[in-house]
Write a protein that binds this ligand. Structure first.
Ligand code: SF4
Ligand code: SF4
Length: 388
């Protein structure tokens, strides 16, 4: 039996929940939610667990990751309990629970910790470059002389190794908390047969399309579709830059001037445009607060797109200075670019807002695996819901 923890509600508020105490469990939000089901009756189920302080069930639930924050529930809640924001806060809280280092908890509950860590990593990058950079050629741009490719590549691989380590260990904790602790026996074969769901949802965010398709109001439906499209483009640009930097750096960071049609240029331009679009859309939406998903903003909702915007703009500047043959401006902008890129990758991907990129498709995958196992074991229908 789960122990009651009366501090849970307060904890969730630290992670951004607002109005959760106003909920009187009418169930309106779950009835309206296009993605809830009998097995996963969120957001009401999540709010109920928080209200009764059921921390163990909160940790083992997949429900918050199955929500795409369309905001329908918040718009129709008769008490103004903001259930959509509780789902968002629960995702942040779960990210903190999965992370064994404790950094995600610190970042989500303390602005000073998150900003301080970003500044520290940025300064560390500047110091490393100041200590180990190559000769400053000023007659022409020689970026690869200033920042020797083999050293930058080595640093990339060290960073990628650290990322894989932190992500993999946190994902293992997610697996342990959500798949192993509720006592359901899950045959290994279902992890294999359902693996396609992980790939599908990671690449397409297909459930978001379901959310939009069920929408009756045309304006809201278009807003949901726009949000999904921009997220997909953003992920494609971010993924492309990661692949180029980690696997093709010698091809991407070059002193050669290629013609416009060369793939090195248009792949870079594609990534730049979609990253600018994604960061700009997120920030402008949070300023305007016109759609439900942008009405409330946690500091982490600002920090990630701001970092992304600065990284993209400094990347554009560095590219322009190189093409305008301005050596010193190119080198200094490159340093600033790396000083923002490193914390954006090292801190935001495993411990910050970007973690939902892999936790959400994993949750959909785990949900499918659980359902297959349950169907095989013929667990009586509604048993899980009754357990709530
Ligand atoms: S969040 Fe609002 S709609 Fe949902 S159960 Fe509570 S009071 Fe009802
Ligand atoms: S925000 Fe949308 S998807 Fe999420 S719980 Fe509310 S209605 Fe469901």
């Amino acid at each position: 039996m789960s122990r009651v923890d009366p501090t849970l509600l307060h904890e969730l508020k630290e992670y951004g929940a607002v109005g959760i105490e106003k909920c009187f469990n009418c169930g309106n939000c779950t009835a309206i939610c296009p993605l809830a089901s009998d097995e996963y009756p969120f957001p009401r189920s999540v709010i109920r667990r928080a209200q009764i302080g059921d921390k163990e069930r909160m940790k083992s639930q997949l429900d918050p990751w199955l929500c795409y924050y369309c905001g329908d529930c918040s718009a129709t809640c008769p008490k103004g309990a903001e259930p959509g924001e509780t789902m968002m806060a629960s995702r942040r809280w779960l990210t903190g629970q999965y992370d064994w280092t404790g950094l995600a908890r610190k970042f989500y509950t303390s602005l000073a910790w998150e900003l301080g860590s970003i500044i520290l990593v940025g300064l560390l990058v500047v110091w490393i470059i100041a200590m180990f950079h190559g000769p400053l050629v000023t007659e022409r741009v020689e970026l690869n002389t200033f920042a020797p490719l083999h050293i930058v590549h080595l640093a990339d691989w060290v960073m990628a190794g650290a990322l894989v380590f932190f992500i993999a260990t946190n994902v293992l904790r997610m697996y342990w908390l959500t798949m192993r602790r509720d006592g359901q026996k899950i045959p290994f074969k279902f992890y294999v047969t359902e693996a396609w769901q992980l790939v599908l949802h990671a690449l397409t965010q297909k459930r978001w399309a379901t959310c939009a398709a069920d929408e009756k109001d045309e304006k809201t439906r278009n807003a949901k579709r726009t949000a999904r499209t921009i997220h997909l483009l953003l992920v494609s640009g971010y993924g492309l830059m990661l692949v180029l930097i980690i696997f093709f750096l010698s091809w991407f960071q070059t002193d050669n001037i290629y013609p416009l049609w060369h793939p090195q240029r248009w792949l870079g331009y594609y990534a730049t445009v979609v990253l600018l679009l994604g960061a700009g859309w997120a920030l402008w939406g949070r300023v305007k607060k016109e759609v439900e998903m942008h009405r409330f903003s946690h500091p982490s909702d600002w920090i990630f797109p701001i970092l992304l915007l600065v990284v993209t703009l400094t990347g554009i500047l560095q590219h322009a200075f190189r093409y305008w043959d301005m050596p010193l401006a190119t080198y200094y902008t490159y340093v600033v670019h790396l000083a923002f890129t490193a914390p954006m990758l090292i801190l935001e991907v495993p411990f910050g807002k970007w973690a939902h990129l892999y936790y959400r498709p994993l949750a959909v995958y785990f949900q499918a695996v659980k359902e297959k196992a349950k169907a095989e074991q013929q667990v009586p229908e509604g048993a899980l819901a009754a357990a709530d």
